[in-house]
Ligand binder design. Structure first.
Ligand SMILES: [Zn+2]
Length: 65
């Protein structure tokens, strides 16, 4: 079983790269039983979507710059 610390780390890494199937399954298992990490995951999703919207609506802004 992953610890909460490992789960938050995986969630942040998942923003940049795809997790392996095993990592994904472990992550979802933990999120199913841990409210704190589930909330953290939702916030990460929300932030990522908000960033995408912001970039999409600001063609002059290069996020990599
Ligand atoms: Zn947790």
């Amino acid at each position: 079983m992953l610890t909460c610390r490992e789960v938050t780390l995986l969630l942040s890494q998942a923003q940049d790269r795809r997790l392996s199937t095993v990592q994904g399954v472990r992550l979802h298992l933990h999120l199913a039983i841990c409210k704190g990490c589930a909330n953290f995951g939702k916030q990460m999703d929300y932030l990522r979507q908000a960033c995408r919207l912001f970039v999409a609506e600001s063609p002059g802004n290069d996020p990599a710059a």
